[in-house]
Design a protein. Structure first.
Length: 269
């Protein structure tokens, strides 16, 4: 079940600059400062895991990249193109460039968000046909390839109620890949799964991380998994990046006391 890195269904990037950049990005909800003048970059092809306590701003980063949240201020670029450029007090509107840049990004959510009346195959075909204008024959061919990639070729005619949570999340991963994103985001992709189903989803993500040059950004509470698949781990707390470094440093020799405290708390369970 290892992806073919030359497959047209799994896109990567050879961009020279950062694939994702946050320049002085803040996000406030009233007096609640969720992100505080964040400066953050992800290189093309890099696999980055974001860890930290609940409410530290981790998921907000992903939601800003998906244009589900508007930053209060700051500049966000993806693959060299501006996604957000917000001056303090501005209320930016969606633009054609924003929509085009947003299409470079795919996201796998905590909840699977599949159409319950559609089969696995139809769920994967829907966005390429409706958003990219792809003909149904090509969309079906890609969907079949992706279902094989995530180990679900025998389930293509099943609807979500006929599948386990782990199978649904694997369909959701295939759906995100169907748009050929340059950046793939994961927002705690196993948090809604029963413990015995977590492994099958992590195996798919592991194969993608090890076998493709796709840029991946993952928010996770699976510390050992983050240690295994990441090029870099970033510790967040109170809207700031407290510490960033290779997994061996973060998990074996963290430099910041806040990182040490957090890891002691989560790794003892």
């Amino acid at each position: 079940m290892r992806p073919n890195t030359d497959s047209p269904a799994v896109a990567g990037s050879a961009a020279a600059g950062p694939m994702v950049s946050f320049d002085n990005v803040s996000k406030n909800w009233g007096e609640n400062h969720v992100l505080k003048a964040l400066n953050f970059e992800v290189r093309a092809g890099e696999k980055v895991s974001i860890i930290g306590p609940s409410g530290s701003g981790k998921t907000t980063i992903l939601r800003i990249l998906m244009t589900l949240e508007t930053p209060t201020q700051g500049l966000v670029k993806v693959d060299g193109d501006v996604l957000w450029d917000v001056k303090a007090g501005d209320r930016p509107r969606e633009t054609r460039q924003m929509r085009a840049t947003r299409r470079k990004i795919g996201m796998v959510f905590q909840q699977f968000n599949l159409f319950p009346h559609m089969t696995a195959l139809e769920n994967i075909m829907e966005a390429p046909v409706q958003v990219l204008g792809m003909n149904k024959g090509e969309a079906k061919e890609r969907a079949v390839e992706l279902l094989n990639l995530v180990g679900l070729s025998k389930h293509m005619d099943h609807t979500p109620p006929q599948m386990s949570g782990g199978q649904q999340q694997r369909v959701a991963i295939a759906r995100a890949l169907a748009m050929r994103p340059k950046v793939l985001l994961f927002d705690e992709p196993t948090s809604a799964l029963d413990p015995e189903l977590i492994g099958e989803v992590l195996n798919v993500i592991r194969d993608l991380a090890h076998s493709t040059d796709m840029t991946m950004l993952m928010v996770t509470h699976e510390m050992r998994f983050a240690e295994e698949i990441s090029d870099r781990v970033v510790m967040f707390d109170h809207g700031r990046a407290v510490e960033s470094g290779p997994p061996a440093q973060i998990f074996k020799d963290p430099q910041e006391e806040r990182t040490r405290t957090f890891l002691r708390a989560v790794l003892q369970h």
